[in-house]
Design a protein around this ligand. Structure first.
Ligand code: ADP
Ligand code: MG
Length: 693
């Protein structure tokens, strides 16, 4: 294809204002070349083409306003802040600045005219804007309103919108000078059918919307890119699949007698759904090609026993099984289950714990390498070079969403021996919307455990404001007095683990003080794994009544007596994550409750979202609804949908394109196979390169 000075070879250094520091920051966003800049698309747009009367502002809505300063002073109460009141005749609003300079204070003097852009929020004294962007207007003509929508890009620390807008503007100029460097790859027929602009044009429209550009115009440009991105993903995953189908795997079957033994020894009967999925796995394992199956089942649906049954099949043919869990805590829980179910049948189950050191570690590595250990459990550390298997026949990965697609593929390579590739079984509690199943997992077969074991009572979920905290605390006292246990989950707005841990520490201290009769435990992500294990063990043994936790408990911990969960600030988490957290309760007999304690006021969308959790316990439904519900202004909302992260595409929004994407993939392979490689590189970068091997 085009080999001219392609934009992905063009270094950032050729742009004005892209010095070393800026380049470092861009690298954090995955931007290494001019080409990458062009594909760094706006998250959304801000409408600064008009002014909103202050009297018409609403909570939670971003707006541009103009007004005259009536008063500027330090806040009378609460955290130190500079408060500046402006009004425009229709109403007034407070601007609040927690960080400010003396100079700023003098500039905001009474009678000054300001133009501000920010989100109006309900404060103690009516609506306010915290740290709005503002400019002082010396004369109205000096600052005309912008004529077109203003793009807002994903940022990283130290990088400003303005800088990014400037750099992208230069990148667009380069593209304009050398349009051939970004060749068009969509078949002509596809573009015509959907009225898609060519790629370069679509990029320009999204980065620099024309004055008066309608949402539809932007939408079509965005769809144009989403289409191409989905096409690239689809091609990449179907390639993986084709390649794997060329490999051979050991053919494994479990005798009738062994099956019977296994089931007899279980303390419960399998559910219909478990039986069905077990049969699907058994059929794969008998085949000559490596199984690549994903088992989806809601929390508590009993995936572990299904995995153990698959493990037994490999063991019975003298193959080893590796079981990988996302955390040590969870690996250890699996160790207990696998030992209980498989050791009576003669299997040796070993745990390659991170804390294992020196001679003990060497011994464990030896039994793995010499094939004495049948089942080996651990975290991703299992796949370090020092770990060698003798005859690996099956790899089981729990909670797939913690591991990337490419990690998973690397594992497969690791286990190859004598020309045989191990089978792979992946288990996840994250519901996969139908659309994702169609696309994101094109390289996997999917089984669903859609039935919970009998005897579970549904979790009663309530949505309550944090102002009712005292009631919630009283409820915990009652609950614990009945001999039951509870969780208290702290979340925090920033994606900062440190802050989350601090919040949990603080909450635990407060609860300990308020509830001297309750034994309060604390677990968070910054604790060493040995410390976490001690706390978890105490909670399991009912030596702790109330466990204050960060979201680390999300995955897999099983304590049936803990039937009450309080989640603070649930509005900050995704519904799928909340659903997973809630799955920790309702695992035993007796009723169970989940209290979603939000920070008021909530936007309507947030209310609706939490309401979904109250109404249903169906993980699939929750995932679908979560996809559908999105806030206003999220025109280009790029968000992570479970497993696959897209730059532009959004499966809920772009679902209607999927059939056409599949057809286009076939057409491209048939008519323009030479475009496939460059297309994958364009959208998937290194991952795309990997797909080409
Ligand atoms: P998950 O799918 O969340 O991994 P687990 O495998 O941890 O669920 O199972 C949750 C609990 O249910 C465990 O205590 C397990 O022993 C139990 N369990 C699994 N299958 C059944 C069943 N068919 N009947 C009763 N209990 C079951
Ligand atoms: Mg599990």
């Amino acid at each position: 294809m085009v080999s001219a000075p392609a934009l992905d070879g063009q270094p950032l250094a050729c742009l004005r204002g892209a010095g070393g520091k800026t380049q470092e920051r861009l690298a954090r966003l995955g931007i290494y070349s001019v080409h990458d800049l062009l594909f760094h698309l706006p998250l959304r747009y801000e409408d600064r083409t008009s002014l909103t009367p202050i009297g018409a502002l609403r909570h939670g809505v971003q707006a541009q306003i103009e007004g005259m300063v009536e008063l500027t002073d330090l806040a009378a109460k609460g955290r130190r802040a500079l408060v500046c009141r402006i009004s425009d005749g229709s109403g007034g609003i407070n601007l609040r600045f927690f960080h400010f300079s003396a100079e700023q204070r003098t500039r905001l003097k009474v009678g000054t005219r300001l133009r501000c852009f920010g989100e109006a929020r309900e404060g103690y004294y009516g609506l306010e804007m915290v740290h709005p962007e503002y400019q002082v207007l010396d004369s109205p003509e000096a600052a005309p309103l912008s004529a077109s929508l203003t793009p807002v890009y994903p940022l990283t620390e130290g990088l400003h919108q303005k800088t990014l807008r400037g750099l992208i503007g230069q990148a667009l100029n380069l593209l304009h000078l050398a349009p051939g460097t970004l060749p068009e790859m969509l078949p002509e027929a596809v573009r015509q059918r959907h009225r898609f602009p060519v790629l370069a044009e679509a990029l320009r429209m999204l980065h620099l919307p024309e004055p008066g550009a309608s949402p539809q115009t932007l939408r079509i440009a965005q769809q144009r890119l989403a289409f191409e991105e989905l096409l690239a993903h689809h091609l990449s995953l179907s390639r993986f699949r084709t390649q794997v189908r060329c490999h051979s795997a050991p053919r494994l079957t479990l005798s009738k007698a062994a099956t019977h033994h296994f089931e007899q020894a279980l303390p419960f009967g399998l559910t219909g759904a478990q039986r069905r999925v077990i049969a699907e796995i058994a059929a794969d394992l008998q085949g000559p090609q490596p199984m690549m199956r994903l088992v989806q089942g809601d929390v508590g649906s009993g995936k572990t026993v299904v995995a153990a049954r698959a493990a037994l099949t490999a063991l019975s043919a003298n193959f080893q099984v590796a079981v990988m869990a996302p955390t040590e805590l969870l690996a250890e829980q699996h160790v207990r289950s696998f030992r209980q179910w498989l050791e009576p049948l003669g299997a040796q189950v070993v745990f390659l714990a991170g804390r294992l050191k020196g001679a003990a570690r060497r011994e464990t590595l030896r039994v793995i390498a010499e094939g004495e250990a049948g089942v080996v459990l651990g975290t991703h550390a299992l796949f370090q070079d020092e770990v060698r298997f003798q005859r690996l026949g099956l790899v089981i990965i729990d909670e797939q969403h913690r591991f990337g697609v490419h990690q998973r593929l690397a594992l497969r390579e690791k286990g190859r021996h004598d020309g045989l590739t191990p089978h792979q079984l992946i288990m996840t509690a994250t519901p996969i919307p139908r659309t994702l199943a169609m696309l994101g997992y094109a390289d996997l077969d999917i089984s669903v455990i859609d039935e919970l074991p009998p005897g579970r009572t549904p979790v009663k979920t309530a949505v309550i404001p944090a102002t009712r905290r005292p009631e919630v605390i009283a409820r915990i006292v009652d609950w614990v007095a009945q001999g039951r246990q509870a969780y208290w989950v702290c979340t925090l707005i920033e994606e900062s683990e440190t802050l989350q841990c601090e919040a949990a520490e603080k909450t635990a201290a407060l609860l300990r003080e308020a509830l001297p009769e309750v034994r309060v435990g604390l677990i968070h992500g910054r604790m060493k794994s040995a410390e976490k294990d001690v706390v978890m063990a105490a909670f399991k043994a009912a030596e702790v009544d109330l466990l204050v936790a960060t979201t680390v408990i999300e995955v897999g911990v099983d304590v049936p007596n803990a039937g009450l969960m309080v989640i603070e600030n649930p509005e900050r988490l995704g519904l799928a994550q909340l659903h997973q957290l809630r799955g920790r309760v309702g695992r035993g007999p007796g009723e169970s409750h989940c209290l979603l304690m939000y920070q008021p006021p909530l936007t309507d969308t947030a209310k609706q979202r939490l309401g979904i959790l109250r109404e249903t316990a169906d993980g699939f439904l929750i995932a679908e609804r979560d996809l559908q519900l999105r806030g206003p202004g999220e025109l280009l909302g790029v968000r992570q949908t479970g497993q696959v992260q897209f730059k532009v595409a959004d499966l809920a929004r772009d679902e209607a394109l999927l059939d056409a994407v599949k057809a286009a993939a076939d057409a491209l392979l048939r008519n323009h196979p030479e475009r496939v490689g460059p297309l994958l590189r364009r959208w998937l970068g290194d991952a795309g390169r990997y797909a080409e091997v």
